[in-house]
Design a binder for this molecule. Structure first.
Ligand SMILES: Cc1cc2nc3c(=O)[nH]c(=O)nc-3n(C[C@H](O)[C@H](O)[C@H](O)COP(=O)(O)OP(=O)(O)OC[C@H]3O[C@@H](n4cnc5c(N)ncnc54)[C@H](O)[C@@H]3O)c2cc1C
Length: 394
């Protein structure tokens, strides 16, 4: 009898594990993947769309191109999990039975936690590379028309997807304004909920130098709580609870993020709402037939597609061992990566593990800004994603 595996989410993680399972098990499994989205986005490209390097359309392809042959695709949202009965329920009320379940449905954007958002995204001067409705195109429109004034780039509390992306938007905009000859007329502010620019010391040191060289004004422990579009004001709450109001001419907002609500209220959730999996094996801590990876999982690492690339083979190997009644042996070490683009033609390639130890791929110091790492980010990684990772090959 074929084993019945359900996968929730056909994003980066869902498609990658589906492809790897099919490559390894062929027709010995019956896989169904759930996701209402017709379009797949390569989200890491949005940072470069916001800087005018690529068009938004270049970041997307139809999802149907990546559903592996033999895998059923149900274009429905999953609404709830009943792990004791080994069933899930979709939006249309259908109950689906599984033998094994993989949850890969990403992170939730909590725009509503900032007063005035997401409506402010429609207003002049406000933009976000995180807005999946082509937001990065608006970022470039706003960046390219700014000739002077104050530009504020915000970062909310972690975890968020790609913790480096908020500051990358500031660096790429700074670079654009320098090349356009208007940078000396623009004050650039980076307002971060957190107390420092980056968690890992090695890359923090390098990024502190980038910020100083570029003349970006960092405001740490500043959390965006309100956007007033009528007066073009951004309201921040500092760690000491004092409120600070800043005028803006351009405001790039990164929304607070959390586990999807339907997971938060399910039996699969940990106290913070994420799917509660073992951080090394990716198996659920209480329901052995459930696995999770990617942004919706409790894995305590920085949420990136690069992390998913290392998680997927571990999950697949452990799931196959579990199906065969064997001990789970594959281990995920928390690897994640963030190509910190600092301008067109330069990037710091941060790679590190659960303990914040650099785990670098190349035989040189990746803490330095390099043209080669820009080429990897802008040209090699998109191709590796579409042709390798989503096909289960990288
Ligand atoms: C601006 C930006 C820049 C980034 N830069 C980088 C970078 O440089 N490098 C990097 O590695 N990563 C980067 N990332 C992060 C990366 O894109 C994500 O970490 C990665 O896509 C996570 O994969 P995922 O499958 O967990 O989630 P997603 O790829 O977001 O997929 C989740 C899927 O689940 C589906 N879904 C949601 N709810 C349900 C439901 N109830 N039922 C069924 N399906 C559901 C969604 O439709 C979606 O298709 C960036 C992200 C952004 C937004």
């Amino acid at each position: 009898m074929k084993k019945r595996i359900l996968i929730v989410g056909a994003g980066t993680a869902g498609l990658t594990v589906a492809a790897q399972l099919v490559n390894k098990l062929g027709s010995n499994v019956d896989i169904t993947i759930f996701d209402p989205q017709e379009t797949h986005y390569y989200q890491p490209m949005w940072t470069l769309v916001g800087a005018g390097v690529f068009n938004f359309d270049q970041s997307s392809k139809p999802n149907k191109n990546f559903i592996p042959e033999g895998v059923n695709w149900v274009k429905q949202k999953v609404e709830s999990f009943q792990p004791d009965a080994k069933t899930i329920t979709t939006q249309d009320g259908t109950v689906w039975t599984y033998e094994f379940l993989i949850v890969a449905s990403g992170i939730q954007l909590d725009w509503h936690k900032i007063k005035g958002m997401p409506e402010a995204l429609k207003a002049e001067g406000v933009c976000s590379n995180y807005d999946p409705n082509g937001g990065a195109s608006k970022t470039f429109k706003e960046v390219s028309k700014l000739g002077g004034g104050r530009a504020i780039f915000t970062q909310p509390a972690l975890p968020i997807k790609c913790a480096g992306a908020p500051q990358k938007a500031a660096y790429m905009s700074d670079d654009y304004w320098r090349r356009s000859g208007v940078r000396d007329r623009i004050e650039v502010v980076f307002a971060n909920h957190g107390p420092r620019i980056f968690g890992v010391e090695k890359y923090k040191k390098a990024l502190d130098q980038v910020i100083a060289r570029k003349g970006i004004n960092p405001h740490y422990s500043h959390n965006l709580i309100e956007v007033r579009t009528a007066t073009k004001e951004a309201v921040f709450e500092r760690a000491d609870k004092e409120q600070v109001v800043m005028k803006y001419d351009l405001l790039h907002v990164v929304p607070p993020q959390s586990a999807p609500d339907y997971i938060k209220k399910s039996p699969l959730a940990d106290a913070a709402g994420w799917v509660e999996v073992d951080k090394f094996t990716l198996q659920h801590k209480r329901f052995a037939d459930v696995f999770a990876l990617g942004d919706c999982s409790s894995l305590p690492t920085s949420r990136t597609g690069a992390a998913v690339r290392k998680q997927a083979p571990v999950l697949v190997e452990n799931l196959i061992h579990h199906i065969n009644g064997r001990t789970l042996e594959a281990r995920y070490d928390g690897y994640t990566s963030c190509p910190l683009v600092t301008g067109v033609g330069s990037a710091i390639m941060a790679e590190f593990d659960y303990d914040g130890n650099p785990s670098e791929t190349f035989p040189f110091d990746q803490g330095k800004e390099r043209w080669s790492m820009w080429m990897v980010k802008a040209h090699l990684l998109p191709s590796l994603y579409w042709h390798g990772m989503l096909r289960g090959r990288a």
